[in-house]
Design a protein around this ligand. Structure first.
Ligand code: KIV
Length: 295
């Protein structure tokens, strides 16, 4: 059995130049597949609001829903590090709210770490407090989906020299506050490379080029299971949507034709019991229907 991945493992990977492999999962069976395939870090992303629950943005997902899915994921994992996303409005009010909610992921869902978006002054305080109490925190910079309306849409961030410097300052602040890693989403390759080189903690990119210390994608995008839209930075490794539709269409045809289920997919009555049953049915037939007395 492989050794469990921890924050120290990921730091060592950065030092050794070994890329971190990260993906999202929202349920037990997918978490088990990713874990067995050797994924280092599994994120229970708030993207589940969109790909698993059908919302248009990540805003609507609740703490209870995130906890429910995180529990399912941690049950399927034996090696990977499981990071749970703090959903929108679960940490933006104050430090106490953030600590209570982050703590629930560790206590009630066995997550190994939490992730939050942005490097506001409040976030930096939250990170320091959580790290101080032993809860590892992953940062998230660049395009931060919880701020989609404030950012004017899902747009590449850090496209000017000034914005790139601001991104670097934010990344350094997250590192100083104690984050063990930072996700860089939708950032030009050169900017992600510069941030990656300046930080001691590993960066994990999504739409941020190949210079990051690791990569993450939404698994449903990678597998072609979620098809509402395809971000330009996604590489599709399978077309599960078509595979599943074809399989379901074959099942429907077999049900309609009576081909499913066949004998080997059914439970047979032992021969002697079948004979006894037929005998009883014969006897039953000799009693005219409706002749049973009603007391
Ligand atoms: O919610 C999510 O899936 C994420 C990844 C895209 C990094 O935050």
């Amino acid at each position: 059995m492989s050794k469990a991945v921890s924050t120290l493992t990921l730091q060592k990977y950065k030092k050794d130049g070994r890329k971190i492999v990260a993906l999202t999962a929202y349920d037990y069976s997918m978490a088990k597949i990713l874990d067995r395939a050797g994924v280092d870090l599994i994120l229970v992303g708030d993207s589940l609001a969109m790909v698993a629950l059908g919302h248009r943005t990540t805003h609507a997902v609740t703490m209870e829903e995130m906890l429910h899915h995180t529990r399912a994921v941690t049950r399927g994992v034996s090696t990977a590090m499981v990071v749970a996303d703090l959903p929108f409005m679960s940490y933006q009010v104050d430090v106490t709210q953030a600590i209570m909610n982050a703590g629930r992921f560790v206590k009630e869902a066995q997550a190994h770490a939490v992730k939050l978006e942005g490097a506001t002054r409040l976030n930096l305080e939250i990170i320091e407090r959580l790290v101080g109490m032993g809860i590892p925190v992953m940062g998230h910079l660049g395009y931060t989906p919880q701020a989609i309306h404030g950012l004017g849409g899902a747009r590449v961030q850090g496209r000017s020299a000034d914005e790139a410097i601001k991104l670097l300052d934010d990344a350094r602040a997250l590192e100083m506050a104690g984050c063990f890693s930072v996700v860089l989403e939708m950032v030009p390759t050169a900017v992600a490379k510069m941030v990656t080189e300046k930080l001691n903690i590993p960066t994990v990119g999504i739409g941020a080029g190949n210079a990051c210390d690791g990569q993450i994608l939404v698994t449903d995008d990678l597998l072609g299971k979620f098809t509402d839209f395809l971000p330009r930075f996604v590489r599709r490794y399978a077309d599960l949507s078509t595979v599943c539709q074809e399989a379901v269409a074959s099942y429907a045809a077999d049900v309609k034709s009576g081909d499913f289920p066949n004998a080997s997919e059914s439970f047979l009555l032992p021969k002697d019991e079948e004979a006894a049953l037929n005998k009883q049915l014969q006897l039953d037939k000799s009693v005219p229907a409706g002749s049973t007395e009603i007391c």
